[in-house]
Design a binder for this molecule. Structure first.
Ligand SMILES: CC(C)(COP(=O)(O)OP(=O)(O)OC[C@H]1O[C@@H](n2cnc3c(N)ncnc32)[C@H](O)[C@@H]1OP(=O)(O)O)[C@@H](O)C(=O)NCCC(=O)NCCS
Length: 161
């Protein structure tokens, strides 16, 4: 399937939450740790820059992946001072039936293009058991806090053959 990637708006929050709930349940075999209502509230506040993950700066972005007219995944990231780095990949979720087709990689590369505009190279991501293989495949390495870190996230824009 061909996917289009587009910047999310506030009225996309319900789709973002629906994808999170479904994808999380499928991947981790338990319900997401926020209720639907709380997750809608959290994402709305994140996008409005009213909720700040620890050490987050204001600039932030959410991209959606659209397939066949339906939102099937998203990625979110922001500038940060966490661990004295520059960027944080906040969240990435793809509906189960659209996984392992390169879409996650496509979304991460789109996020890298956004980080490039801010010259943000050193990027971290928290990870839940099971997803670290994806980030490590994309070049991240564990740090001493148990997070995964890219020294230069922008390398994703120039993949080595
Ligand atoms: C993790 C996730 C975003 C990856 O997206 P995706 O579109 O499936 O990833 P890609 O197809 O681009 O995968 C690229 C490579 O990453 C690796 N990879 C992807 N998912 C992986 C997983 N769950 N475990 C181990 N390696 C994985 C593989 O090497 C894969 O290449 P391959 O399919 O040729 O073997 C997606 O599977 C997902 O939404 N998972 C459930 C939610 C989740 O874990 N989100 C992250 C929370 S921290």
């Amino acid at each position: 399937m061909d996917y289009t990637i587009t910047e999310a708006k506030l009225n996309d929050v319900p789709s973002i939450v629906e994808i999170t709930l479904q994808s999380f349940q499928d991947a981790f075999n338990k319900p997401f740790y926020l209720t639907r209502e709380d997750a809608v509230h959290r994402w709305t506040a994140y996008m409005r820059k009213e909720h700040h993950p620890q050490k987050a700066k204001d600039p932030r972005i959410v991209y959606l992946a659209i397939g066949d007219g339906k939102t099937v995944g998203f990625v979110a990231g922001h500038l940060t001072e966490r661990f004295d780095l520059e960027g944080e990949l906040q969240s990435i979720y793809i509906l189960p039936e659209h996984q392992r087709q390169g879409l996650g990689t496509q979304l991460v590369i789109t996020l890298a293009k956004w980080f490039k505009k801010w010259d943000a190279k050193a990027v971290c991501v928290d990870h839940k058991g099971g997803s670290e293989g994806f980030y490590i495949k994309l070049g991240a390495q564990p740090n001493e806090h148990g997070w995964l870190v890219w020294d230069n996230f922008l390398d994703l824009l120039n993949p080595k053959e």
